[in-house]
Design a protein around this ligand. Structure first.
Ligand SMILES: [Zn+2]
Length: 511
């Protein structure tokens, strides 16, 4: 098959028709603003609760998108009962909960202290505390098991050795320590404990910018002592609240006493706490939703049209609707799927395959698209172009600008592709597209959405968006603020470009 495709664009913008001619056969493709509106309102509704993993609203959104793909007639990617789902395993460690009680206050582990134990625990205790400052185990001697030995350390490595020494000499089961004056180190360490219970995707979300922090937490500092021990790390503030500022000062001075070889002081106090410490690894699944139209003679090459469907969920009782971010782009992906199927059903073949992806877990660090490029359903090296639609619903522009959008062009994406975007934009309701090149100003856009996962793999990718606004990542990003006329125009531009790229004789460049 070697039909020379000419795309002729007729402007029936009022009725939202795009007409295409192939070998003099005209195909009319209908863009439905009503469907787009319905999709945005559905995805950004109360019942989807901000579409965050691992809440039911996110699953609901994924099912809705899959149902739309199916209704449109896209092919699924597997033979399971969920043919449009690429399952992403997400690991999480349930480490139970530890609470310290003090004068009607509750302090929860991961906030102002950290707790770890060598064994699973289910204890509710009030035990005497013995302060030993910088003393050695030999100086402290045996305290018996039912004591909490509280010591000081210069840093975390020092704490590890002191603990080993004290655990052997005192025979106590519980220990606590503080590092005064190392605020940042201690608080990082304590918050790392919280990040442990964060969802961990197979491809570490920020792996390119920082190391996996989850390995750096209190549990790893528990030395092997031959018996089970539990360990608290207090920040300065909690220490003062729990034991008093005066003791903090005395405790701190204990280094002097230590040099003189005597125990600094002894204080009678107790620590009340409850713990259900455990380490249980749980795997749950997030989803990318993927459907495609198989191409004709070049079916092993792929054009991807994508946008993420997840958002920030709820905080308290406030729902982050994410209408622009990114119900708008997801609605565009679904409408484009319908349009391409409509064209296909009207007799227009596409030479290359066209893949539609609604990515999950973008907000938590491009996790969905990172998983996809590491576990591609369609070979990444045969992906000729990715068009990522993220935040395409707002064009808070002066009234006299009919349509507006940005296209961020990327590595490997040559000038002709940009020209095609721009010219198509001009043809359709005079939509004005601006080119953004990667620069300091656009760096966050460059790194900030799923196209980046493909760029990293050398796949040409374009990022289409309509810019920032004050409702970004706020509960006020609602569907009533979307400029649906502009969104429909952007859909038309993307349809035209993707159809052209799918049918070009050469992969690149577009001319
Ligand atoms: Zn987004």
């Amino acid at each position: 098959m070697n039909k020379r495709l000419t795309i002729v664009l007729f402007l029936f913008s009022v009725f939202c028709f795009c007409s295409y001619a192939i070998d003099n056969k005209k195909v009319e493709v209908y863009v439905s603003k009503e469907r787009v509106i319905n999709d945005v309102y559905t995805l950004a509704s109360d019942s989807m609760k901000g579409r965050k993993f691992s809440c039911p609203g996110r699953e609901k959104a994924a099912s809705y998108i899959a149902a739309q793909f199916q209704k449109a007639g896209l092919k699924g990617i597997n033979d399971s009962e969920e043919p449009y789902f690429q399952k992403i395993p997400v690991r999480n460690i349930d480490r139970g909960k530890t609470i310290i009680y003090k004068n009607d206050f509750e302090y929860i582990s991961g906030e102002s202290f950290s707790f770890a134990s060598t064994e699973a625990l289910d204890d509710s205790l009030s035990i005497p505390v013995k302060f030993v400052g910088y003393s050695t185990g030999e100086m402290v001697g045996c305290t018996g098991e039912d004591t909490l030995v509280f010591f000081l350390a210069h840093d975390l490595t020092d704490a590890h050795f002191r603990l080993k020494d004290l655990a052997g000499a005192t025979g106590a089961k519980y220990f606590g320590f503080s590092i005064f004056g190392e605020k940042r180190e201690v608080s990082n360490f304590i918050s790392n404990e919280q990040s442990l219970s964060l969802d961990r995707y197979p491809v570490n979300s920020f792996g390119y910018f920082r190391t996996d922090r989850s390995d750096n937490w209190l549990f790893d500092y528990l030395p092997y002592t031959g018996k089970d021990i539990g360990l608290f790390l207090f920040d300065e503030k909690l220490f003062s609240k729990q034991f008093g500022q005066q003791l903090r000062t005395k405790h701190r001075l204990s280094e002097k006493s230590f040099r003189n070889g005597v125990l600094p002081y002894s204080v009678e106090t107790t620590l009340s706490f409850m713990t259900t410490f455990q380490l249980i690894e749980i795997t749950t699944f997030d989803d990318n939703v993927i459907g495609y139209i198989e191409g004709a003679d070049l079916r092993d090459e792929f054009v991807i049209i994508c946008g993420h469907y997840d958002h920030l969920g709820k905080r308290g009782d406030k729902i982050f609707y994410g209408a622009d971010d990114n119900a708008s782009g997801t609605a565009a992906v679904m409408e484009l799927a319908r349009m391409f199927m409509q064209a296909r059903n009207s007799g227009m073949d596409f030479r290359r395959s066209i893949v539609f992806i609604a990515f999950g877990a973008e907000e938590s660090g491009l996790n969905g698209s990172l998983y996809y490029v590491e576990n591609p359903v369609f070979p990444v090296e045969n992906t000729v172009l990715v068009i990522n639609l993220d935040m395409v619903g707002r064009s808070d522009q002066p009234e006299d600008v009919p349509g507006y959008g940005f296209v961020l062009t990327m590595q490997g994406l040559r000038r002709p592709v940009w020209r095609a975007f721009r010219n198509t934009g001009r043809q359709i309701d005079d939509i004005r597209l601006e080119r953004m090149l990667p620069s300091i100003r656009t760096i966050m856009s460059y790194l900030g959405s799923d196209h980046y996962s493909f760029i990293r793999k050398g796949v040409p990718a374009a990022y289409v968006n309509t810019g920032m606004h004050p409702d970004y990542h706020r509960p006020s990003d609602t569907p009533d603020k979307i400029n649906y006329d502009n969104l429909v125009n952007i859909i038309k531009v993307v349809f035209t470009i993707a159809a052209k790229v799918a049918n070009e004789p050469e992969r690149f460049p577009l001319e």
